[in-house]
Design a binder for this molecule. Sequence first.
Ligand code: NAP
Length: 235
Amino acid sequence: MATVETKTAETIVITGANRGIGLGLVRCFAAAGHHVVAACRQPDKAEALRLVPGAVEIMQLDVADAVSSAAFARQIGTRTIDVLINNAGVMGGNKQGFANMDYDAWLRTFEINTLGPFRLTSLLLPNLKQSKHARVVTISSQMGAFGLDMGFGTYAYRSSKSAVSKVMQVLALELKADNIIVCPVHPGWVQTDMGGANAQIPVEQSAGGLFKLISTLTLAQSGRFWTWDGREHIW
Ligand SMILES: NC(=O)c1ccc[n+]([C@@H]2O[C@H](COP(=O)([O-])OP(=O)(O)OC[C@H]3O[C@@H](n4cnc5c(N)ncnc54)[C@H](OP(=O)(O)O)[C@@H]3O)[C@@H](O)[C@H]2O)c1
C-alpha cells in the first residue's frame, strides 16, 4: 500500500486528468490529502473526475494550445505548485507506419506529447520555484527509449516520447540551480484507452507506484528516467 511521505498537503497539477493514468493519479494524490489541480480539455464532460473525493479543482487545459496553456497559467496565478505531472498524451492515430504516414498527425502528436509538457513547465516555473520540493514529472514511455528494441512502426508516438524524454533530461540540468527535480517516467503498460484491455497492469497499480515514486523523488534522481515502480529505466 502506498504510504504518505509528506507532512503537509502539497499542490499537484495533473494534465489529462479526466481518464486513464491521469485520473488514477488524481485519485492517489487526493486520497493522500493533497490539493489537486486536475487539468483536462473538457471539464464539462469530466464526470469521473467530478466524483473523486477530496480537494480536486478541475480546470480547462489543452496542452497543445498555447492560448489555453497561458489561460491555465493565469488561472493558477501566484500560488505555489509542488508537483507538475505532464501526463496528457496521444498515441497519434493509425497512420504512422513507414508506408502510410499521416504527417499532420505526426506534428500534432509532437505538439501534444513533446511541446505541451515543455511549454507548461515554462509557464508554471515561477510557481514551481516557490516550492521547497518542486518536481516536474513527465509521463514518457519505454517506446521512446533508444536502448530498447521494440520492433518497428508507431514512428510518431515513439519519436515524440524519445524527444520529450530528452527535453526533460536537459531541463533537469537547467533547473537544478533552482532545486527543481525533473524526470521522465515510464508508467508501465497500463490498461487504459491507450494501453488497451490486454495491457499488463491496471491503472491503480501504475498510479499507486507513480504516486510513491513522485512523493519521494530527490534532486539526486533528477534528470534520470524512472519506471512506475521506482526502477531506473534505460534511455
Ligand atoms: N497506457 C499505457 O500503456 C502507456 C504506456 C506508456 C506511456 N503512456 C503515457 O501515459 C500518459 C497517459 O496515457 P493513458 O494510457 O492514460 O491514455 P488515455 O487513457 O488515452 O488518456 C489520455 C489523456 O490525455 C488527454 N489528452 C490528450 N490530448 C490532450 C491535449 N491536447 N490536451 C490535454 N489533454 C489531452 C486525454 O484527454 P481527452 O479525454 O480530452 O482526450 C486523456 O485525459 C500518456 O502520455 C501516454 O503516452 C501510457
